[in-house]
Design a protein around this ligand. Structure first.
Ligand SMILES: Cc1cc2nc3c(=O)[nH]c(=O)nc-3n(C[C@H](O)[C@H](O)[C@H](O)COP(=O)(O)O)c2cc1C
Length: 171
């Protein structure tokens, strides 16, 4: 028996709806290029391996960060905490100086959010194109972590606080 096939539109709708309900950590991915600071808000970020310590970031080729990142030697993946919600909101404003909100410091030549939950400074090791996006792989050169910072989580198109979630499920 052949499975009924979803149309491309139905498939995209199902994908969109399913992804809306995947709770995601929110990151500010930043770099410096030709003297300017660039950054976008991203959720398509993952740790890749411990040997070597590495991460990957998926960036739309239309995004303002794409060309600077493709040409960068170093970039930073800032894991946003609940207290960095103002930075998340600022990073969604087009045309504005995204770095005028939040305490940004310069490390290894790139902007690092001093109050982030964690910051992973990476050397760009590899880029791979797929569809509308590039997957950038970074090898970790420096990392900072604040254990006491609750994470900022994106779920169902809004920010939520998962640090208050009960330890046991209700049912
Ligand atoms: C919660 C959230 C997660 C996002 N995740 C990504 C992502 O992983 N990769 C990406 O390229 N854009 C992502 N975007 C979109 C970018 O933040 C940005 O708006 C878009 O790339 C346009 O950026 P620009 O104005 O700098 O060109 C996300 C947006 C939101 C609100």
């Amino acid at each position: 028996m052949t499975e009924p096939r979803q149309t491309r539109e139905e498939l995209l709708d199902s994908f969109r709806m399913a992804m809306r309900h995947v709770a995601a950590t929110v990151y500010a991915v930043t770099t410096r290029h030709d003297g300017g600071r660039y950054g976008i808000l991203a959720t398509a970020v993952s740790s890749l391996s411990f040997d070597p310590p590495s991460l990957l970031v998926c960036v739309n080729r239309q995004a303002s960060l794409h060309a600077p990142l493709a040409n960068a030697e170093v970039f930073c993946v800032n894991v946003l905490g609940l207290s960095n919600r103002d930075v998340a909101e600022r990073f969604m404003v087009g045309g504005a100086d995204r770095f005028d909100v939040g305490e940004w410091v310069e490390r290894h030549g790139v902007p690092v959010l001093a109050t982030a939950q964690s910051s992973f400074i990476c050397r760009l090791a590899h880029a791979h194109e797929f569809g509308t996006h590039s997957i950038f792989i970074g090898e970790l050169i420096d990392a900072h972590h604040r254990a006491d910072a609750p994470p900022l989580t994106y779920y169902d198109r809004r920010y939520i606080d998962i640090s208050e979630a009960p330890e046991r499920s209700a049912d």
